[in-house]
Structures are given as structure tokens and as C-alpha cells.
Design a binder for this molecule. Structure first.
Ligand code: ADP
Length: 509
């Protein structure tokens, strides 16, 4: 392909135009472009600006003869290698020697036989073309090699190319800086000098990520610098077949920073876990202490409150009709507040008991029975309020029967307490997902503004004064604790004036 495209020129030098014409005629069809020069000087001028496959040089010329011209041609680096064929009429040895001394590649004796001339010149034309092709191919190869070198140099990792026995054949500058060796020192050494555990088979066998022949990704090994210090590296390895056999390319990455960060994260996590555990233990302990305190305090207050209440009632019955002014009213306040205090203490006790009970006493609880129990406890309140209560069929769950009863009792009790003008209509509904039961206690009461939907589940949080609706503010907090304790959630959906729906979940399994 190159052969046909490459223009080849032949320089014909003779002082006699008729000779030049004859040469030109003889060389017709030889394939090259013929350039004519009438003197040595003109020939040198052409040689300055052009490349020639060969020079046909007449020996006998005025001013500068062929030998002098050849001497000058040879003295210039650019034209030193050009083949020169002398054209001469003399066959003397001295003549030939001088010519060969000056680098003549051949002599043609006059009268020139066109066939011989043509065949000799064709050889040089062919040679020149082939040399041109080789030059082009060498340039392409050089460019490719440069590209490869650039890729190698631009790689963020240290790169080593080595033979199967580990002999290093090529490295990039990143590798030099990683291991503190100069390129020169590394070439010809074994790769084990910088990575002692480097081993094509071991690397391939132990690695999960193996594609085809010996490909390893991200294997962690140890690198050894020139001064003997070590550092963690991650190697990736690939192989290909060269003319001389298998060649292995190893990419080496310094993972010291990553390792350090990993180590720091691990240490931080351990420290965090330790702190969380310590904190959890402290919290558990203080919770336990608090629950014990609440229990003991409530228990101790219960008795004096009972006595206060009892004596207030005694005074009331003994002194009926004898008290004057506001005295009867005061006595009423004492009874009423003693009763409230007893209610609060009862609820606080219930709450603190929940804390001290685990799941170990859970059993099968039929929610229909728990609901009936709650309704029985609320009987008077239901009758007084003319409340209508309907319920779906409820499931059997795992839990504490008394606690489940308590949830129904508190929610239905509230539905009656916080009723609207209308008679209370209360529905207990059931839905389910694959994993949980979804209970709803729906009423037609006064409803709750969205701002308070979470707040009302807090301790002692109430939205009404005691004169409006007596209560401890602990009922929903107890419900929340029980439901959470059973592995469920509780929340309310409500709008003022549109009733409320309290929903809670319990696990199915
Ligand atoms: P208590 O009823 O003793 O005040 P709760 O914890 O049971 O305490 O309820 C907290 C507050 O939530 C109540 O004071 C009331 O304002 C509101 N609430 C509870 N249930 C309902 C309901 N069904 N309808 C409207 N408001 C309610």
C-alpha cells in the first residue's frame, strides 16, 4: 500500500544535455521521478531540498567533476547515505578505486546499455520505497509506544510489567515514587523485591474476582520500600501473551490512608458502642431506681390519703346539720381532693408496675373478653351517659390480659368523658395487615385539635380543667406504655367537633 503511494526521485547529473536526454529515455517506465542537473553544483542544490533514491553521476564534468561532487554529497549528513552510480567512459582501476573510496555503489560504463541502467536503477527505486515503508512503520510503532507510555505514566497506580518468573520489564514513575527506587534499579529485578507475597498463582487462587486467565482485583498485600519499610498495598493483576511468552501487568495502589481511616472508623465505632452500652446501663439503672421510687412513694402516700378521705367522710356524717357557714363546703373540698389524690396515686402505681413487668408473663389474651371486662368496669358510667357501644369480633393476642383490658377501659372511658351534646356512640373496629392487628376506638365526642395529637399521650397532659372533666392526665400515657410494651403503636386521628378515633396496633405473631 505504501509502495505505490510513496514518490521516489532519481537525480541524473551530466553536463551534456544530450546525455541527460538519453538517460531520461532509457529510464522511462522505471517508476521513479527523474530530476535532471547539468552540473555538480546544480546537483548539490537539488540534494539540499529533496530526497533521492539514487544519484546517477557523470564523472567527467567541467568545473566540478563527478568525484568532487560525490565528495561533497558524502560530506553532508543529509545526503551521506544516498547511493551513487558513477557514469564513466574510463575502466581504469585507479578510477574505480577513487570512485569506491567516495562511496560509489556502482559504475556504469559508457556507452550505457539501457537495460542494465534500468535494472540497476529499479533496484534502488525498490529499495528506497521499502526503506520508506519501514520508516513509516517505525514512526507508527514509536507513536503507539509513546501512547502506551503516556497511559502508563498517567495511571494513578504504580504499574509493573513483568515476566512470568517475576522479572520486572517495565515500570511507571508512580511506582518509583511509591517504592523509592529509580526505574533503573527496578528493571531486571524480581517483583518480590517490592512485594514479597506477589505470586501469580496464589494471587489468582485466593481471589474471588477471577476472570479468565490470572486476573486479580484488589488483593491486599504488603509493599516493601527501598529502605525496608513496609506499607499496605492493594494489587490488581492481569496477563497477556507477548511474542516472548506471558506478560503480567500488576497495578499497585498504596492503601495506607484508606487503612488508617478504616482503623479510625473501627476505633470510633468501638468507642461509640462502648459509650452507648454504658449509657444504656446507666439509663436502665436510673429507670429502675425511678420506678422503684415512684412505686414506694405512691404506695406510702396511698395509706395516709385513704385515712384523710375516711376521716373527712366521718366528720361529714357526724356533724351533718351542725356545721355553719362555708364549713360543709370545705369538708367537701377535702373529700374531693383526697379522692383525686387517690386516683393519681393509683395511676402512678399502675404506670410504675408496667415498668417492672417484662414479657415473660404474657399469655393468650382474648380481646373480646378483655373488652367485656372493661365494659363491666365502666358499667355505671355507660348507663349514666346513655352510651351505645358496638364492637367488631376481636382477635386473640399475646399479652397481659389486665393491661389489654386497661387500654380498652381508658379509651372507652375517655370516649364517654369527652362526649359532645349527643349521646356517645362508640365503635370498636378491627383491621389487619400481614404482621399486625389494627384496633380503632371511634367516638362522636368533642374531638381534639391536631396540635395536641401527640401531646395528650404525655404524662399529666390534659386539655381540660378539672371542673370541666375530672381526670389524672395519665390514662393515655398508661395506654401508650402498655401498647409499646406489647410491641405496638398508638395514635389518634381527630378534628374538633368531629369525634376522635384512637388507633393502636398489636403484633399478630
Ligand atoms: P385524663 O382523661 O385523665 O385527663 P388522658 O391521658 O386519658 O387523661 O387524656 C389526656 C387528654 O386527652 C384529656 O384530658 C383530654 O383532653 C384528651 N382526650 C383523651 N381522650 C379524648 C377523646 N376521646 N376525645 C377528646 N379528647 C380526649
Amino acid at each position: 500500500m505504501y509502495v505505490n503511494e510513496r514518490p521516489v526521485k532519481i537525480l541524473l547529473v551530466d553536463d551534456r544535455p544530450e546525455n541527460l536526454v538519453a538517460l531520461e529515455a532509457s529510464l522511462e517506465g522505471v517508476g521513479g521521478e527523474l530530476v535532471l542537473a547539468g552540473s555538480g553544483t546544480e546537483a548539490l542544490r537539488h540534494l539540499l531540498s529533496d530526497e533521492f533514491a539514487a544519484v546517477l553521476l557523470d564523472v567527467k564534468m567541467p568545473d566540478m567533476d563527478g568525484f568532487e561532487t560525490a565528495e561533497l554529497i558524502r560530506s553532508r549528513p543529509r545526503s551521506r547515505q544516498i547511493p551513487i552510480i558513477f557514469l564513466t567512459a574510463y575502466r581504469s582501476d585507479a578510477h574505480l578505486f577513487r570512485g569506491y573510496d567516495l562511496g560509489a555503489v556502482d559504475f556504469l560504463f559508457k556507452p550505457i546499455i539501457p537495460e542494465i541502467l534500468r535494472s540497476k536503477v529499479s533496484v534502488f527505486v525498490e529499495l528506497s520505497r521499502n526503506a520508506g515503508v519501514l520508516r513509516d512503520q517505525a514512526t507508527v510503532l514509536k507513536r503507539e509506544e509513546e501512547k502506551l507510555r503516556c497511559v502508563l505514566e498517567a495511571a494513578p497506580d504504580g504499574m509493573v510489567m513483568c515476566h512470568e518468573n517475576g522479572d520486572i520489564a517495565l515500570v511507571n514513575s508512580r511506582l518509583e515514587s511509591l517504592f523509592h527506587y529509580s526505574r533503573h534499579e527496578l528493571l531486571g529485578r524480581k517483583i518480590d523485591a517490592i512485594i514479597p507475597d506477589w505470586n501469580r498463582n496464589a494471587a489468582a487462587n485466593e481471589q474471588a474476582d477471577v476472570y479468565g486467565d490470572a486476573v486479580v482485583h484488589g488483593r491486599e498485600l504488603t509493599g516493601v520500600r527501598r529502605d525496608g519499610t513496609t506499607f499496605p498495598v492493594e494489587i490488581s493483576l492481569n496477563s497477556f501473551e507477548d511474542l516472548d511468552g506471558p506478560v503480567l501487568i500488576t497495578a499497585i495502589r498504596d492503601v495506607s490512608d484508606r487503612k488508617r481511616v478504616d482503623e479510625e472508623i473501627r476505633n470510633l465505632n468501638t468507642e461509640l458502642e462502648r459509650r452507648v452500652q454504658r449509657r444504656t446501663e446507666e439509663l436502665l439503672r436510673s429507670n429502675e431506681e425511678l420506678a422503684q421510687f415512684a412505686y414506694a412513694a405512691s404506695h406510702d402516700i396511698q395509706e395516709p390519703m385513704r385515712v384523710v378521705s375516711l376521716y373527712a367522710q366521718l366528720l361529714d356524717s357526724r356533724l351533718k346539720g351542725q356545721l355553719h357557714g362555708d364549713a360543709t363546703q370545705y369538708l367537701g373540698y377535702i373529700s374531693e381532693n383526697a379522692k383525686r389524690m387517690q386516683d393519681v396515686v393509683k395511676d402512678v402505681l399502675a404506670l410504675s408496675r408496667l415498668d417492672s413487668q417484662g414479657e415473660e408473663h404474657f399469655s393468650k389474651v382474648d380481646c373480646n373478653i378483655a373488652l367485656n371486662e372493661a365494659l363491666a368496669n365502666l358499667e355505671q358510667k355507660i348507663v349514666d351517659a346513655r352510651a351505645r357501644i358496638v364492637s367488631d369480633r376481636l382477635p386473640v393476642v399475646s399479652g397481659d390480659a389486665l393491661q389489654v383490658t386497661r387500654v380498652f377501659q381508658n379509651l372507652i372511658g375517655n370516649a364517654i368523658t369527652y362526649r359532645s351534646e349527643a349521646d356517645p356512640e362508640i365503635r370498636i373496629k378491627l383491621d389487619s395487615t400481614e404482621s399486625e392487628w389494627l384496633f380503632a376506638v371511634q367516638d362522636n365526642g368533642i374531638g381534639i385539635a391536631p396540635d395536641y395529637h401527640e401531646l395528650i399521650f404525655g404524662l399529666f397532659k390534659r386539655l381540660h380543667s378539672r371542673s370541666e372533666h375530672p381526670g389524672t392526665g395519665l390514662g393515655l400515657a398508661i395506654c401508650k406504655k402498655i401498647v409499646t410494651h406489647h410491641g405496638g403503636r398508638i395514635w389518634v386521628e381527630s378534628e374538633p367537633g368531629h369525634g376522635s378515633t384512637f388507633r393502636f396496633t398489636l403484633p399478630r405473631h
